[in-house]
Structure formats: structure tokens, C-alpha cells
Design a protein around this ligand. Structure first.
Ligand code: SF4
Length: 71
């Protein structure tokens, strides 16, 4: 079972934190970040990236359940 991850390009402020933390998961193009793949293996790294995003622009879902950012 994989998780889905997406970056809301309208919310992303282009800080680059996600790409610095997890370059295998996120890239920073021009002004906003994007995901390398929308399907990711479940794990701490993608959750840490979602938790660390200053704009809360990264959303991680397991099926219909939002698992990141964590409350
Ligand atoms: S950490 Fe958040 S705001 Fe910064 S580039 Fe990544 S998605 Fe955008």
C-alpha cells in the first residue's frame, strides 16, 4: 500500500525546505515545489516534510485519510 503526496502550488511559498529535506521526494522548480512521484512508500520522511512545510502545502493521504501534516 502506498501513500499519495501532493503539493498545493497555490499555497507553496517556494521555501525549498521539502526539497532540501527529501530531494528524492520533492523538487523545487522556479517558484514552487513539486513531487517527484505522487505515489510514495509510507514512512517518516514524507510526514516530516509535510510537518515542516511552513505553508502547509504538502498533503499526504492514505486512501481517503489524510496522514500528513500531522496535527
Ligand atoms: S516546504 Fe512547503 S512551501 Fe516550501 S517549497 Fe516545499 S511545499 Fe513549498
Amino acid at each position: 500500500m502506498t501513500w499519495s503526496v501532493e503539493v498545493d502550488e497555490h499555497t507553496c511559498i517556494g521555501s525549498g525546505m521539502c526539497a532540501a529535506l527529501a530531494p528524492e521526494l520533492f523538487t523545487l522548480d522556479a517558484a514552487t515545489a513539486s513531487v517527484v512521484s505522487s505515489s510514495v512508500e509510507p514512512g517518516e520522511l514524507v510526514l516530516d516534510a509535510a510537518d515542516s512545510c511552513p505553508a502547509s502545502a504538502i498533503v499526504v493521504t492514505d486512501g481517503s485519510e489524510v496522514v500528513g501534516p500531522r496535527p
